[in-house]
Design a protein around this ligand. Structure first.
Ligand SMILES: Cc1ncc(COP(=O)(O)O)c(C=O)c1O
Length: 356
């Protein structure tokens, strides 16, 4: 099956095969020799003060970041424009008094739109600002850097759910004013599912030490105790760490700028061909994603069924506000222009067959 899905995504054969390496235990020198350079690479690529790898899906990293951010009685502001911003609000509301603002119709967040909400929240004593970097439900790239800069200037800690973002979009904790960040292995980096990477600024590290322990598995103080030994606090998905090593090597070899440019070129091609086929795109202009392109279509579920049964092609289904009216053509993982054109040709064939 050719996957044009929002994750898990098609895994490069080299990355997939790496999982079959001989198992090792997570305590001791052989593991440290693999883990330590991964952390060094990630810290340098993300310009983070600290990085930890957690075993679990993207939600684990997001919720762990949320629950380690503020002391008891803390207040949060969440800006959303899709399913994952809404989920982020649910995470925050478990621990903090949470304000919430939601844009509709796949509109993107920029500073102009975010500013009044941040101003009001700051005046009300909100200390945590949280939003999704790349909202996967329709594919919206929010302008998080300018927004986080402003929120930080108002005395807030900033937290981004980057589950589907890095490395398709650059992340620099310092230049982008990010305190808490996380991404998942099975999205843009093209690994199998099972790991989430959390990264922190010096302010986040201070906050972590001041926050109460709200769970054992998600307690970063424990992760921090194991970090100097280059080990994880709990048993990690060792096989996926082998894969992660190879995926990072491939990214370093290509160079992240080239990776980003390639993603963007593929998405531009997808948008252009979808529009030529007569589909209209969901996301507001200026906030387009380089990895997830949602388009309006009737019979969305039927189209995806025929794509699978007749062509061995699977697109992402419509999600959240767009569940019944859209499909998502995603370009992450082991894809190139040839495969993308094959997926788009299949879509054209099913479109004609169903007369939509
Ligand atoms: C932005 C974002 N946040 C959170 C999640 C949840 O991730 P997971 O299903 O890996 O827990 C996803 C999944 O698609 C996502 O795209």
């Amino acid at each position: 099956m050719m996957l044009f899905t929002p994750g898990p995504v098609a895994v490069f054969p080299k990355v997939s095969t790496a999982q079959t390496q001989e198992m090792m235990t997570h305590r001791g020198k052989p593991f440290q020799a693999i883990y330590q350079p991964i952390i060094v690479d990630l810290k340098s690529m993300l310009k983070a003060a600290e990085v930890h790898i957690m075993t679990g899906s993207g939600s684990l990293g997001v919720e762990a970041n949320v629950q380690n951010a503020l002391p008891l009685g803390g207040k949060a502001l969440v800006l959303s424009n899709g399913a994952f911003g809404d989920k982020l609000k649910e995470h925050c509301a478990l621990y903090y008094e949470t304000r919430f603002e939601r844009l509709k119709d796949a509109k993107g967040w920029n500073l102009e739109r975010a500013k009044p909400h941040i101003d009001k929240a700051a005046a009300a004593g909100v200390k945590l600002f949280a939003m999704v970097h790349h909202e996967t439900s329709p594919g919206i790239l929010n302008k998080t850097s300018e927004i986080c800069k402003y929120a930080k200037g108002k005395g807030m800690l900033t937290l981004l759910d980057g589950t589907s973002a890095w490395p398709a979009y650059p992340v620099d904790h310092v230049a982008d004013h990010i305190d808490f960040y996380s991404f998942a292995s099975q999205k843009s980096l093209g690994c199998p599912p099972g790991l989430t990477v959390v990264s922190h600024s010096p302010d986040a590290v201070k906050a972590i030490e001041l926050a109460p322990v709200r769970s054992n598995f998600m307690n970063f103080k424990t992760y921090r105790k194991f970090a100097p030994k280059s080990e994880t606090a709990f048993t990690p998905a060792v096989s996926i760490i082998y894969s992660l090593r190879i995926a990072l090597d491939m990214l370093k070899k290509e160079g992240q700028s080239a990776f980003i440019a390639r993603q963007s070129e593929m998405a531009e091609h997808v948008r252009s061909r979808l529009m030529k086929m007569g589909f209209s795109l969901v996301t507001e202009e200026g906030f387009e994603s380089s990895t997830v392109t949602a388009f309006f279509c009737s019979k969305n579920k039927e189209i995806n069924q025929f794509l699978q049964s007749d062509h061995g092609v699977k697109l992402g289904g419509g999600h959240a506000d767009w569940a019944e009216t859209t499909l998502r053509f995603c370009n992450m993982g082991d894809l190139d222009m040839v495969k993308i054109d094959a997926g788009l040709d299949a879509l054209q064939a099913v479109k004609s067959k169903l007369g939509v």
